[in-house]
Ligand binder design. Structure first.
Ligand code: F6R
Length: 251
């Protein structure tokens, strides 16, 4: 695992955008695994800028998002489909037909999950999976549990996740209780993982995911099983890393 310690959120985003941009420049039809949330927003903004400057072409790129709320259709402003369109897709020359987000209003949710895994396989899996991490250690919406779930599945969100994500809604009651998420096999099938984190609130999750035992109690710890992982995090997010592994020089 390669851990890059940066000073600011902006530097995290710049490093991530340069990695993803490099991949897209090299492989025109790259398959990108994408995440929503606050963490990757700066990265998307920089990728948009690179596109507007004529440095990137997304016309053949395919994207597969990690997750979606159950019960929100793609037009709902808090759906992850809407997030992706607002913060990324509508600003670049990607074909929306090449962008995949689980359908949170599918009539048959189990069928939707199976189809999503099959879709990922048909695309040849992701060249790179971008990940954020929840304060409770979740990746995608794989919440802390007694076991890892390999396949795409429907999950009950924890109270912690509902509370944290309620900042995007008018009230915590409006946050959907269920979500669809890629499972661990889908995430680990990417040829490269790129985990981003900034801020003190992520320190415990980053310490557990990168340096703790691999356990479904800290779902992000599964990344330790992958041979090609890059973590880009700021000093605060890395502040609980064990001393011997401190990638940042002390202040
Ligand atoms: C969202 C996702 C989640 C987020 C995590 C961190 O698609 O996969 O695992 O990455 O909840 O969210 P932020 O970035 O808002 O702190």
């Amino acid at each position: 695992m390669k851990i890059i310690c940066v000073e600011t959120e902006e530097e995290m985003s710049a490093r991530a955008a340069s990695l993803i941009g490099g991949l897209v420049a090299e492989k025109k039809d790259a398959v990108l695994g994408l995440a929503t949330g606050s963490t990757p927003m700066g990265t998307y903004a920089l990728l948009i800028r690179m596109y507007l400057e004529g440095r990137l072409d997304f016309s053949k790129v395919r994207t597969v998002n990690l997750d979606e709320y159950v019960g929100l259709d793609g037009h709902h402003p808090q759906s992850y489909r809407a997030f992706m369109e607002e913060h990324f897709f509508q600003h670049i020359n990607i074909s929306l037909a090449n962008t995949y987000v689980p359908n949170g209003v599918a009539e048959d949710i189990d069928h939707e999950c199976r189809s999503y895994d099959e879709r990922l396989e048909r695309l040849g899996f992701c060249d790179l999976q971008l990940l954020g991490i929840g304060e409770n250690g979740h990746i995608g919406f794989n919440e802390p549990a007694g076991h890892f779930t390999p396949e795409c599945h429907c999950i009950e969100l924890t109270e912690n996740t509902i509370a944290v994500n309620s900042r995007f809604f008018d009230s915590p009651e409006e946050v959907p209780r269920l979500a669809l998420t890629l499972g661990m096999r889908g995430i680990l099938s990417a040829r490269r993982l790129l985990l981003l984190a900034f801020g003190k609130k992520k320190a415990k999750a980053i310490a557990g995911a990168c340096f703790g035992p691999v356990t479904p109690r800290v779902p992000g710890s599964v990344i330790q099983l992958h041979p090609d992982v890059t973590v880009i995090a700021d000093r605060e997010a890395l502040s609980m890393a064990p001393q011997a592994n401190q990638p940042c020089a002390p202040n």
